[in-house]
Design a protein around this ligand. Structure first.
Ligand code: HEM
Length: 456
């Protein structure tokens, strides 16, 4: 039997004898060529385990492609003038062939994209996928997540209904609190003091031109870097065994095909069962109560209820900055490719999850009903009481979480190392973000007061 070398595999896939003359053979060659521009000829068997990547990078890519395709179709009918924007969406819903379905697929893909990009980030972090020369790809990934959020945010305004108008009004007022540049960013985005035609034109241009171009370019670079890095992260082979490799076709392609089919089915079923929302036309004079930001910003909006906007923004930006520097802050290489690094890392992740799920709601309740820093420190100015103190306390709390991980996680006579404690801190931050978002979505009612959901 012929030995499986690089050239023999390539020959088999691309130059099958007689392929030039029969139609199916030609098609297969073209398809194989296309796939092999994206993937290498062979991949390590370990990288093929579905429960390593969970197909999340691929699903994120597919959702981005679906958004591009459905967005292109929606552009045929959308009109970005404030008098017509809402009417054009109504027309899409009622008179465009499959308009309602296309809009719903766009809506669901956009929301799922935020979730899948976030889960992909978690998987990359937990397997140490940013290690082994993958620093640049991690940083590009963080930028991509920012672009995903920006694309969602700019698209949110386009239907020009009450939901869109007030969510963007609330969110852009938050932007103004970004230290130093916030006012400028807000003025640039809105082209004026409030959400009106200038804002709609800017958001539309950003949503359909600038952000898609940036995303496509960064995604291309992200994929190229994965190949440049020699494929996905793998556990280092300490025994010196040869790494088993399998051909991309059919092994990787069939897994990708199955995952893509499953995802498309989920998106289609969701779109058919639950169409994209469209409320009453935007009315700048009537504000809904509560006026909430888009769901993925509700964690931030929740923070604003507990501290001065400048403190909340500084906290969020500090955490975002920390995320960018993750590869420099955790340089241990021998735990790459292993979920949670080690059994210590697993314990750190569990402790951090329990801490986040219990502590964050407790702090929210204490601050809502009992704690009044203004009363405790009546002589201090407001910027210290509601700004500096909560900001400092949050940073101190995060430092304590790290210290707790190093002190409490001990097993087999060894304490958690820096990498494992960082993993605990990362888990705590991510769980806190999710918990704050859940509180913002389900537990905030009229006047943003705490309420119990499902009780009317
Ligand atoms: C639009 C958003 C994104 C797309 C389309 C995307 C796509 C992908 C794909 C297809 C892979 C290979 C398969 C897989 O790992 O599942 C991958 C790997 C990777 N991604 Fe992303 N990604 C995105 C966002 C992110 C984010 C938010 C991060 C982290 C901050 C990130 C960091 C990485 C890294 C470091 C790798 C290599 C992981 C390894 O070698 O194990 N990506 N990405």
């Amino acid at each position: 039997m012929e030995r499986q070398t690089f050239h023999s595999i390539k020959r088999k896939l691309l130059y099958r004898p007689g392929a030039e003359t029969d139609e199916r053979g030609r098609m297969a060659t073209v398809l194989n060529n296309l796939v092999l521009h994206l993937h290498p000829l062979t991949v390590p068997a370990t990288a093929l385990r579905f429960n390593y990547t969970w197909g999340l990078g691929g699903m994120t890519t597919l959702l981005a492609m679906l958004l591009g395709l459905t967005g292109l179709l929606l552009m045929f009918r959308y009109d970005a003038r404030v008098e017509y924007a809402y009417l054009s969406i109504q027309e899409m819903e009622t008179r465009m062939v499959f308009g309602s379905l296309i809009r719903a697929v766009h809506h669901w893909s956009a929301n799922l994209l935020v979730i899948s990009a976030f889960l992909h980030l978690l998987r990359v972090y937990f397997t140490g996928g940013f290690k082994g020369g993958r620093t640049a790809n991690w940083v590009i990934g963080v930028a991509l997540l920012g672009l995903v959020l920006a694309s969602n945010f700019t698209g949110y305004l386009l239907p020009w209904d009450q939901l869109a108008f007030w969510a963007i009004t609330v969110s852009t007022s938050l932007l103004a609190y970004i230290p130093l540049v916030g006012e400028e960013i807000s003025r640039f985005l809105l082209s004026g003091p409030e959400v009106a035609q200038g804002a709609l034109s800017n958001f539309y241009a950003l949503h359909v031109v600038t952000l898609p171009i940036l995303m496509t370019a960064l995604m291309g670079y992200h994929f190229w870097k994965i190949r440049k890095n020699g494929g996905l992260s793998q556990p280092t082979n300490q025994e010196g065994d040869k790494i088993k490799r399998l051909t991309t076709m059919p092994h990787l392609v069939s897994v990708e095909f199955a995952a893509a089919t499953a995802l498309l089915t989920v998106v289609l079923v969701l779109a058919m069962l639950k169409p994209a929302p469209l409320g009453a036309i935007a009315n700048p004079l009537v504000s809904p109560n509560p006026a909430k930001a888009a769901w993925y910003f509700l964690g931030l909006q929740e923070l604003l209820l507990h501290m001065h906007p400048l403190a909340a923004m500084s906290l969020v930006l500090s955490v975002a900055g920390w995320m960018v520097f993750v590869p420099w802050l955790d340089r241990r290489e021998n735990d790459i490719g292993l979920y949670f690094r080690s059994s210590h890392g697993k314990r750190a992740a569990i402790l951090a999850t329990v801490l986040g799920v219990d502590l964050i709601p407790a702090l929210v309740i204490v601050d809502e009903f009992w704690l009044d820093l203004g009363q405790l420190f009546p002589s201090l100015p407001a910027w210290i009481v509601s700004g500096l103190i909560p900001f400092g306390a949050s940073l101190l709390g995060l430092g304590l979480v790290y210290a707790l991980m190093r002190l409490l996680i001990s097993h087999g006579g060894r304490r958690a190392n820096h990498s494992e404690a960082m993993l605990g801190l990362f888990t705590f931050l991510m769980v806190s973000l999710v918990v704050l978002t859940v509180i913002g979505v389900y537990f905030r009612g009229e006047n943003m007061a705490l309420v119990l959901p499902f009780i009317w």
